[in-house]
Design a protein around this ligand. Structure first.
Ligand SMILES: [Zn+2]
Length: 259
């Protein structure tokens, strides 16, 4: 049995459910778990923790189960042992440690085969922005990435506790990258943990900067369509997002985090 860098046996990951297709390797699941912990630390460092706690989840593409941060654990304190398995099927039994908002993740994964990672948090600027009837604009680099790719869920501001409500969030998200949950928080998706985590940080910063601009009471400008396209191709290319993630992980490692 091989021992990974995080000190857990790869065999432990192999106990996770296999996908609907061929069985996934234990290594893929172990990598996912390690990256989920890294994402939790990064999200904590960028203000995504609150007392009510959000979640981050991820799946190996094509799997019919995903891993999600357990209930009653903050992003800051989450460790590999706090990642629990959850089925995409909302009628299947849940791990008792799964968070109450697991249905939110199930509904999005069911609706979006291209999504392999989800961050849901109650980050402050995202939450305030979601309470305004404002559209996210290309005011900042982050806004240029996410403008036009955000939905708004308004059916309830309460915790998403059941699948029927969660499907409304998936509908609000549509084919977009993120959704505001009015008076609740935000949801950011990605093809990978890197993309979802960097996206959550970007959404929070885009909202903060636009709120700052609105607060001045003065007219403000946005990037031109040509600049938006150029920024999406260069600043937010997949290789750039990978480099941002790597830098964020290095920053966390420098703090002596257990991830
Ligand atoms: Zn929530």
């Amino acid at each position: 049995m091989t021992v990974t860098a995080e000190g857990t046996a790869k065999g432990a990951a192999a106990r996770g459910p296999a996908g609907a297709g061929q069985p996934r390797s234990a290594g893929q699941h172990a990598t996912l778990r390690r990256m989920l912990v890294q994402a939790c630390k990064i999200l904590a460092s960028y203000g995504h923790d609150d007392m009510n706690q959000g979640q981050v989840s991820a799946r190996v593409p094509g799997d019919d189960h995903f891993q999600i941060k357990a209930a009653m654990v903050s992003f800051r304190s989450a460790s590999a042992g706090d990642m629990v398995w959850a089925p995409l099927d909302e009628t299947a039994r849940l791990d008792p440690k799964a968070p109450p908002e697991t249905a939110l993740h199930q509904a999005i994964y069911q609706a979006r085969p291209d999504v392999n990672a989800i961050v849901h948090s109650h980050a402050a600027a995202t939450l305030v922005f979601g309470a305004l009837d404002e559209e996210l604009a290309a005011l900042s680099h982050e806004g240029a990435w996410l403008a036009g790719s955000t939905g708004r869920f308004t059916a309830t501001s309460n915790t998403i506790l059941d699948f029927a409500v969660a499907t409304g969030v998936a509908d609000a998200l549509g084919s977009g990258r993120a959704a505001f949950l009015r008076n609740h928080g935000g949801v950011v998706t990605g093809e990978s943990i890197r993309e979802a985590a960097v996206g959550a940080l970007a959404l929070e910063r885009a909202c903060r900067l636009q709120l700052d601009a609105i607060a001045t009471g003065r007219p403000w400008h946005t990037s031109s369509p040509g600049d938006v396209a150029a920024k999406q191709d260069f600043i937010w290319s997949k290789s750039a997002i990978r480099s941002y993630w790597n830098a964020l992980v290095m920053d966390e490692d420098g703090k002596g985090s257990p991830a």
